[in-house]
Design a binder for this molecule. Structure first.
Ligand SMILES: NC(=O)c1ccc[n+]([C@@H]2O[C@H](COP(=O)([O-])OP(=O)(O)OC[C@H]3O[C@@H](n4cnc5c(N)ncnc54)[C@H](O)[C@@H]3O)[C@@H](O)[C@H]2O)c1
Length: 361
């Protein structure tokens, strides 16, 4: 956009009026760069309740029809992990310039690859919501790592007590960011616990894996029932430790409570806590920046999320078939089906007693 030009406002439809749909709709409605023009939910009651919170929005229980009628600049959908490709197709069919959707990219590499093909073919921009990175503690750790204060990075790592369909793509995305989104060349993973394979957020109860990134950096991930405690964080869902180790020190985020680093300067720490209200505004602003200028791609663009998605799919394929899995993936499959056929029926072993409220089978 030229200097002094009046900023264009972009029209948005949001589909799925659950927790994240409301976060997105609220943030778009509050932004000076967007007009929330339509909302959709399958559930009429939920739709009416949501519509009462916004002025001048069209509403429909049929997201595709609504988008085709309203022709938004941005089509955003916040549906459960199993609902992806039809909404990508609806966004493309509506003529939207950007599709914003929720993590994970998909639950199987078969669907993820179909999403990628559809987006690549259409040329429509897309972003995936790994928005925790806007938290001050995430920003601080990235700044320390990028400044060279921990020396040359050789390892990145992420742990979370919540299970993979909720948490693993977050761990992989933020650690990939610390490693400047270097592509992975191979991964190897293992999985345990069948309980969450039937959850709406379907995945094994526990996944652990290693990643070899092209620049030699090693990624280590530990997600779900067997992951270590993060005693710094009281809230179970935010017990995540995400960091980087270099030749001169380390720096890490604790999702629920601040950051810590040991650098050449000594031991440092500071505040921060994952906060949806805080993180949504910059996430959405950077969508406007990308729509304004092709040369300002969104930091959470689909291509990056897809790299992380391949890592997670590779862990599952390794747990199913054994051995290392080369990336990028050359074959797509239904990993959940494969894991259902492969994982032993033994109950998962839990690190934390309080995890028993989640991992029951
Ligand atoms: N980025 C984050 O920090 C974060 C946090 C929580 C959840 N999420 C992700 O957001 C997504 C949505 O999660 P949520 O917590 O908002 O869920 P939710 O259950 O609160 O809402 C889901 C919405 O999708 C609708 N829906 C369900 N099935 C549908 C279908 N077949 N077709 C159309 N609509 C359908 C539901 O009616 C509901 O409105 C998930 O992928 C989840 O992993 C991301």
């Amino acid at each position: 956009m030229g200097q002094g030009a009046v900023s264009q406002r972009y029209r948005v439809v949001v589909a799925g009026m659950g927790k994240r749909g409301m976060h997105h709709a609220t943030a778009f409605a509050a932004s000076p760069r967007f007009d929330l023009v339509g909302i959709s939910s399958r559930d009429q009651k939920r739709l009416d309740a949501a519509a009462a919170k916004f002025s001048d929005v069209k509403r429909s229980t049929d997201a595709r029809k609504l988008a085709e009628e309203v022709k938004p600049d941005v089509f955003c959908f916040c549906t459960p992990p199993t609902v992806r490709l039809p909404f990508i197709e609806a966004g493309i069919a509506s003529g939207a310039k950007l599709i914003a959707f929720e993590k994970p990219v998909a639950t199987t590499s078969a669907e993820g690859l179909a999403v990628k093909h559809a987006l690549d073919k259409s040329g429509v921009k897309a972003v995936v919501s790994h928005q925790h990175r806007y938290g001050e503690h995430y920003q601080k750790v990235k700044e320390i790592v990028a400044s060279g204060a921990i020396g040359k990075v050789h390892t990145v790592y992420g742990t979370a007590t919540g299970w993979a369909a909720h948490m693993l793509s977050h761990l992989v995305d933020y650690t990939s960011w610390f490693n400047d989104y270097e592509p992975a060349e191979w991964v190897m993973g293992q999985a345990a616990g069948r309980g969450k394979l039937t959850d709406v957020h379907a995945s094994p109860d526990y996944v652990a894996g290693v990643v070899h990134f092209r620049n030699g950096v090693r990624g280590i991930y530990d997600c779900g029932a067997g992951a270590p405690d993060v005693p710094e964080v009281p809230y179970w869902w935010r017990k995540c430790r995400i960091g980087a180790v270099g030749t001169d020190g380390y720096a890490e985020v604790h999702t629920g409570s601040g950051w810590r680093a040991v650098t050449r300067r000594g031991v440092e720490s500071g505040p921060g806590g994952m906060d949806y209200d805080h993180d949504m505004a910059p996430y959405i602003q950077e969508m406007a920046d990308w729509l304004d200028e092709d040369g300002k791609p969104h930091p959470l663009r689909f291509a990056r999320a897809y790299q992380g998605f391949e890592i997670v799919s590779g862990f599952y394929q390794s747990a199913i078939d054994g051995g290392q899995i080369a990336l990028p993936l050359t074959s797509a499959m239904d990993e959940l089906e494969g894991l259902r056929g492969k994982l032993p029926a033994r109950p998962v072993l839990m690190t934390l007693a309080e995890s028993a409220k989640e991992y029951k089978e």
